[in-house]
Design a protein around this ligand. Structure first.
Ligand code: CP
Length: 332
């Protein structure tokens, strides 16, 4: 079993993972399912939270983390099947994965979107190459399309702060000087739908999330007793919200042309920021962000430093949910 996307897990399984994470957090679970075992962590991209929380989590479960950076501490990697490797790539994922699984019991992979080719990147080609060749569990540590460790920590944080049950949750796009990947908002939308929340996605025209992902999430939300709406009216979205989740992302129509995206988003700079004026419209909402965050760009100091902000608890919960995921995948 892999952990690539929360959609592969039922709501009941996600709730069990959150329960397991909460037991780790309360210090009630001291099990060591990784005793004497190693887990490889492969980072194509930078990280603070994911890398540190995975390393600490593996240690706390009794195991050893082997951290690799292809092109840095390990060879450059080709992922395409049938590739003629006569350019800059030294090793194929086929051998990379098969070698690593002789040493360890699972492989975590971080591989961001390059924001160059949306139709290709939305299929998660690098992550899926790892899953294709692996006979050990692959854990998605943020791919082009999904960040399921983040979204599980997000769902745990909402439950911890506001209790169980359906909440009015807003995912708001925010201005950022450059286009960013969509994995965090995609996974947040899916997980919020799976948990039956009433989700509103606020974004300016041109910054719609993936059509297929929205259609799937809308259907899942309805089945789970929740709902999914989209709007370009940020003030209306904030009105009555219990959760404000801020994130910036790039426009899929401009993948491969970041200058065009930067020009289009310029008009949204002053309006699309989370500030005190907008937070007073909410129903005493908590403020969430996956971090790292640019202060006074995505969110003002006054909001992120206010009691409403739960961003550090959210980051802490990454550790607990990842321990729960590894225990599920690797426990005896
Ligand atoms: N939220 C998150 O994944 O943080 P890092 O990029 O620092 O790992």
């Amino acid at each position: 079993m892999h952990y690539l996307n929360t959609i592969d897990f039922s709501r009941e399984q996600l709730e069990q993972l959150i329960e397991s994470a909460s037991r780790f957090k309360r210090g009630e679970d001291h099990s060591k399912p990784l005793a004497g075992k190693s887990v490889a962590l492969v980072f194509f991209n930078p990280s603070l939270r994911t890398r540190a929380s995975m390393q600490v989590g593996i240690y706390e479960l009794g195991g050893n983390a082997v951290v690799l950076a292809p092109g840095g501490t390990s060879w450059t990697l080709e992922h395409r099947q049938g590739a003629l490797m006569d350019a800059d790539k030294t090793e194929h994922v086929a051998e990379f994965v098969r070698v690593l699984e002789r040493y360890g019991v699972a492989i975590g992979v971080r591989t961001f979107a390059a924001l160059k080719n949306w139709p290709e990147e939305r299929t998660d080609p690098v992550l899926n190459a790892f899953a294709r060749y692996a006979s050990v569990p692959i854990i998605n540590l943020e791919s082009a399309m999904h960040h399921p460790c983040q979204s599980l920590a997000d769902m745990m944080t909402i439950r911890e702060k506001l209790g169980a049950g359906r909440k009015r949750v807003v995912l708001t796009w925010a201005w950022h000087p450059k286009p960013l990947p969509m994995a965090v908002p995609n996974s947040f939308v899916l997980a919020a739908a799976q948990m039956g929340h009433d989700l509103v996605i606020a974004r300016p025209e041109g910054y719609e999330l993936d059509e297929e992902l929205l259609a799937t999430s809308r259907q899942i939300a309805a089945t789970a007793g929740g709902s999914l709406e989209t709007t370009d009216d940020i003030d209306a979205a904030f009105s009555g919200a219990e959760v404000i989740y801020a994130k910036s992302w790039g426009a899929s129509q401009f993948y491969g042309n970041s200058e065009a995206d930067i020009a289009m988003r310029a008009q949204h700079r002053s309006k699309w920021i989370v500030n005190e004026e907008k937070m007073v419209l909410t129903n005493s909402a908590i403020f969430m962000h996956c971090l790292p965050v640019r202060r006074n760009v995505i969110v003002t100091d006054a909001v992120i430093d206010s009691p409403a902000s739960v961003v550090i608890d959210e980051a802490e919960n990454r550790l607990h949910v990842q321990k729960a995921v590894m225990s599920l995948l690797l426990g005896n």
